[in-house]
Design a protein around this ligand. Sequence first.
Ligand code: 5GP
Ligand code: MN
Length: 340
Amino acid sequence: MLFSNITNINGTNKKKIVLLPHNNPDGDALGSSLALLFYFRKLKHNVDLISPTEYSESFQWLPGSENILVFSEKTQSLIKKKIVNSDYVFFIDFNNLSRINNPYIIDFLLYSKAKKILIDHHPFPFFFDFMFSDPTVAATSILVFRFISNMNNLDKIDKEIATCLYVGLMTDTGFFRFPSVTSETHFIAGKLIDKGIDINFIYDHLQEKYNENRLKLLSKALKKLKIIKKYRTAYTSIKASDVNFYSYKQGDTEGIITYGLSIKNIVFSVFFFEEKEKYPIKISFRSKGNFDVNMFARKHFGGGGHSNAAGGISEKSLSESIEYFLNIIPYYYKNLMFSI
Ligand code: 5GP
Ligand code: MN
């Protein structure tokens, strides 16, 4: 297999490997990284999983999560040592350094002689030493499964690895409902189920362990939801004072954006989030059909993502960001009108 030829990573030679998901890692980034952590340990490599930021409470139950080294002032020098001395750094579930958004880690990467390996499903990857990239798949977890399969090591997938990969599949496909889902997605899900995972336990831990404040924050956003019928668009926002009032924790706004798309005829949903009382504003985009939010986010909000799910930022205030958005949207009238 090409990959093991290049790196000899499947061989007897023990390597120092760093797994690096994007900032605020989601279920796919963490699931893929943790699966690889377990897998490479089975191959007797020396592996570390470094998260550039904290991650949502809803993933803290994931098998192996106690091994995640979260970047902080305290862990900074250890992380520097790990990255600089590693043989391989795996970039997982992102392909652009802006998604690390941590100048220290970017600096450590520049000093590191490690081979940089990409495992990711976003379009337009930057150059890496080796790219395991396929923007057509629903989740990076699928590529991790293929990666292990290509090394003829599917027997090494145990219940823990399977649970992590299944979380990646579930979360990035919106529980197997997005158009990116194919027979391969279900084929892999089936293989993972055969490893003895507990689907009900996973669902319960992902979706039914929210704190009360998270639901109240959702209710706040839904009350503010605005519909622009003419442009088949729904948008809402959360401002910094809501964040404080509802004791926001990382991940609490996850899912708010999906409600806009559940309205008949709406094909574009946007969520503006003022996380701290400072700029930039984080903006999320979701679409249905052929309205490409990746392009939209790239062009207007310095972001990117997939054609139906993307994100970006705005340096303006919350109200100015919304105003800017409302000024742009008429230019997309035809794209929105004829989407699907
Ligand atoms: P979310 O709206 O959940 O933050 O992000 C949805 C998707 O958009 C992510 O999976 C990621 O691919 C992409 N994305 C979100 N924020 C950014 C960003 O600031 N820059 C880029 N390039 N992609 C983003
Ligand atoms: Mn992903």
